[in-house]
Design a protein around this ligand. Structure first.
Ligand SMILES: [Zn+2]
Length: 364
């Protein structure tokens, strides 16, 4: 069984990934924690997870895809919530410590004792395992095109392969990160100041609704934070999910191409069982070039449409029209909103809504 549930994270992402050989033997990963104002609902779902004898809740992995508030704020709360007692086996998160030493054509290694930011302060303070699967180093696609994509298999047997970010998207984030922190009156590396001042900070820009296309640069997402998203292929029992964070479409396409090449399937679309669309179905993060590289029956869109009015209708139309593979595409929305409800009656697709719109797959 492989099960992906989009928690009610308002305009953000909080994804619960569960898997195991049987319903009764379940392993869990949490990808993002949603924004501050979704915490009560996200917390309620996590509180319902079985507690360990010590009263905590174990997840094999907590991934913080990137630093935008709608992904990170809930994680900051969660890690301070002693009643939930979340105990991740590892936390995957690129913070200032990982960005600061990045240099093109130099393989990132262990880092110095510089302090990081925000979530980094908490992770440090609580001595959480952090990027352990990567020797505490940065999580990214190697610059060398011949190098294998980094992958890691959880104790329960879920294989995760990193297909975003790249060094270029991380270097762009680093420049923005430094400027933003200096504008707030301190230097990158002051843990306490980061916790105090950046709790409500957002780097995301409101996207203008123009359909994304790799041929036209201005139609694509250029938010440095989004571009730094950790995007993962998650494989278990013959099934495969693409968890795209808010990553850029060209980077996702290139990552998928590399992933396919490594499996001896160059030039073929990647066969997925589910695709959690990047950036809540924004038109700037979906392109025909990306969709041409996947064959997928189900698409997941996590948003309540607030703030940025996601998903973009034209982007959803593109997902349906560019769909390849057997059958009609299934659109799974965690909220029924003016931006999502029209898709229930459309020709050529099936839409499901709300907490029941979970993607559950039988596994080998
Ligand atoms: Zn987001």
């Amino acid at each position: 069984m492989l099960r992906l549930e989009m928690l009610p994270a308002q305009h953000g992402d909080a994804l619960l990934l569960e898997y195991g050989p049987r319903e009764t033997v379940t392993h869990r990963c949490l990808i993002d924690g949603g924004p501050d104002n979704a915490y009560r609902a996200v917390r309620e779902r996590l509180a319902a997870l079985p507690a360990t004898p010590g009263g905590g809740r174990d997840v094999e992995l907590l991934v913080v895809t990137h630093v935008d508030g709608d992904h990170i704020e809930g994680v900051v709360k969660l890690l301070q919530d002693d009643e939930i007692g979340l105990r991740p086996g590892d936390v995957w998160f690129n913070d200032w410590n990982h960005l600061a030493p990045l240099q093109k054509r130099v393989e990132p290694r262990h880092l110095g004792p510089e302090a990081g930011e925000f979530l980094g302060a908490l992770l440090d303070q609580q001595a959480r395992p952090w990027n352990t699967a990567f020797d505490q180093g940065v999580i990214m696609v190697p610059e060398d095109l011949e190098a294998p994509l980094p992958s890691w298999t959880t104790p329960g047997g879920l294989k995760l392969t990193v297909i975003s970010p790249t060094i270029d998207t991380l270097l762009r984030l680093r420049a923005t990160w430094k400027k933003a922190i200096q504008a707030a009156g301190f230097a990158p590396g002051n843990r306490q100041a980061a916790l105090d001042q950046f709790r409500h900070r957002r780097w995301a820009e409101a996207p203008k609704v123009t359909l994304g296309d790799e041929q036209q640069r201005k139609t694509l997402d250029h938010s440095e934070a989004n571009g730094s998203s950790i995007a993962l292929m998650a494989e278990y029992g013959g099934r495969c999910l693409l968890l795209a964070g808010d990553a850029f479409a060209p980077e996702l396409r290139m990552g998928l191409e590399r992933w396919q090449r490594a499996r001896g399937r160059a030039e073929q679309p990647a066969r997925l069982d589910g695709f959690k669309l990047a950036h809540h179905g924004s038109a700037k993060n979906i392109t025909p070039q990306l969709l041409a590289g996947v064959e997928c029956p189900s698409y997941l869109i996590s948003t309540n449409g607030k703030r940025f009015f996601h998903p973009d209708q034209d982007a959803m139309a593109m997902v349906v029209s560019e769909h390849r593979g057997d059958g009609t595409p299934v659109l799974l929305f965690n909220y029924e909103t003016p931006f999502t409800k029209g898709w229930a009656d459309r020709d050529g697709c099936v839409a499901r809504y709300g907490p029941g719109s979970v993607l559950e797959l039988a596994t080998a």
